[in-house]
Write a protein that binds this ligand. Structure first.
Ligand code: HEM
Length: 447
């Protein structure tokens, strides 16, 4: 079953497609034995995925995550054991809906800036949504995570914005490169210097914000409290987080919390362009929710009412999961269904493949949001864009609210159409699933 692949950059989607012809779980080798993290188990099997994600013993992340360590340290995404448990407990209240409610204002204000920018694309043949939406999600995550406006959409703080982009790109390139995977060889590459420069800017920025917040704590009557303010508050009450622990958690939000939502928003708009009947239903739902649908003040409760848009987002994340693969590492021998998974095995869960299994989703390649109107909850692990179990995505409610907020704005103001000729996205799993050739559509202002 094993296949030997040795390429400068190997495409996990392609590799998986070829190898799953052997079955839903395969062992895979990405390089020679001397490569430290090149071997593992890759699975898109429902039962095995359920077993792994439900297990309290399998919470350690696979070795590929090591490349994020320089940036995110022991942040929630990559830490494990009691350290992870303690931090998850401290961070969880920051994602309570009472807190998230107050972020709607931030989503809306950043969305208004985006709408201003989109005006000039009215009836222009092609608009590439990728960078426009990524700058929007960066503005949102900076303000919600740190309480600091970076105005990325207005072209400010370019060094910081570019450093975030560069880090996301170089980290994944390294994870898939048989050369850059070795420290000694990596240090000889231009990417290493790019990364060192980016790290200095990123850590410097976050530490500055933390230090100024420590000196000027947020007042209790302030409504829009950033995650960082909450962490400062919670950590002082129960369990104190050090400055570097705070920095690592905020940087983790910066990493996990902007490219993922940008990818979801872009693919959702792309699917709406391709499916005018679905787009019309989304638009009609907006008109039902808002009396003044052109220019409403959107609240948390309005976003809650967008049930059909929610199905559209679920279907988008089924077909284009922002995080197409996740990894775990066995710290002891595990038994599953008569098989032994040895200690020290890297396991890759192939969410992308699971989501396209015709046993759970008939006509899996078709975009059909209606399938989520009556989703069969007896198979909860068939659709896991936010992962599942104890290490699921802590930001999933935040993400759904943000994506709804901006898509609802765009659909109310513009009709989204495919470009002529139709732009075909080329899927490229960077740290998140992206389109390597952009996400291009045409926008036409509604009357
Ligand atoms: C469409 C948007 C998003 C998707 C599809 C997504 C998906 C995921 C997935 C699949 C995981 C599990 C990763 C793994 O096991 O390696 C995860 C973890 C995580 N996500 Fe998200 N995410 C999204 C948005 C966000 C946002 C907006 C935030 C923060 C504001 C966030 C913060 C995190 C954190 C901190 C973890 C680690 C949780 C832990 O291990 O305890 N995510 N996300």
């Amino acid at each position: 079953m094993a296949e030997f692949i040795f390429a400068e950059y190997c495409d996990i989607l392609d590799v998986a497609k070829k190898n799953f012809s052997y079955g839903n779980t395969v062992t895979l080798r990405f390089g020679p034995d001397i490569c430290p993290i090149r071997k593992g188990l890759v699975t898109q099997d429902y039962n095995l995925i359920q077993f792994i994600l439900n297990s309290r013993k399998l919470i350690k992340k696979s070795e590929n995550y090591i490349f994020l360590k320089k940036w995110l340290g022991n942040g929630l995404l990559i830490s494990d054991g009691d350290y992870w448990k303690r931090h998850r407990k401290i961070l969880t209240p920051a994602f309570h809906f009472e807190i998230l409610k107050n972020f709607v204002e931030v989503f809306e204000a950043a969305g208004d800036v985006l709408m201003e920018k989109l005006q000039k694309y009215d009836e222009v043949a092609t608009v590439d949504l990728d960078i426009l939406i990524t700058l929007y999600t960066l503005d949102v995550i900076c303000e919600t995570a740190m309480g600091t406006k970076i105005n990325a959409q207005s072209g400010q703080n370019i060094a910081y914005v570019e450093s975030v982009r560069n880090m996301c790109k170089t980290v994944i390139e390294r994870a898939f490169s048989p050369i850059k995977v070795f420290d000694q060889l990596y240090w000889l590459t231009g990417d290493y210097y790019k990364q060192q420069k980016a790290l200095k800017i990123l850590h410097g920025f976050t530490l500055n914000v933390i230090n100024s917040k420590k000196d000027n704590p947020v007042r209790n009557d302030e409504k829009k409290t950033a995650f960082l303010d909450l962490l400062l508050k919670f950590s002082q009450k129960d369990d104190v987080l050090s400055i570097s622990e705070l920095r690592e958690e905020v940087d983790t939000f910066m990493f996990e919390g902007h490219d993922t939502t940008a990818s979801g928003i872009c693919f959702a708009l792309y699917c709406l362009a391709d499916h005018p009947e679905v787009q019309e239903k989304v638009f009609q739902e907006q008109k039902e929710i808002f009396e003044d649908w052109k220019n409403p003040e959107t609240t948390y409760s309005d976003l809650q009412k967008m049930k059909y848009l929610e199905c559209v987002l679920k279907e988008t994340l089924r077909l284009y999961p922002s995080v197409p693969v996740i990894g775990r590492y066995t710290t002891e021998e595990m038994n599953f269904d008569g098989y032994v998974i040895p200690k020290n095995t890297n396991i890759v869960i192939f969410i992308y493949g699971l989501h396209r299994n015709p046993d759970y989703f008939p006509e899996p390649e078709e975009f059909k949001p209606e399938r989520f109107e009556n989703f069969n909850n007896s198979l909860p692990f068939s659709n896991i864009p936010f992962s599942a179990g104890p290490r699921n995505c802590i930001g999933q409610k935040f993400a759904m609210l943000e994506m709804k907020s901006v898509i609802s704005k765009i659909v109310r103001q513009f009709e989204i159409k495919p470009t002529v000729p139709r732009h075909e996205v080329q899927l490229s799993p960077e740290t998140v699933l992206k389109s390597g050739n952009g996400v291009k559509v045409t926008l036409k202002k509604r009357n």
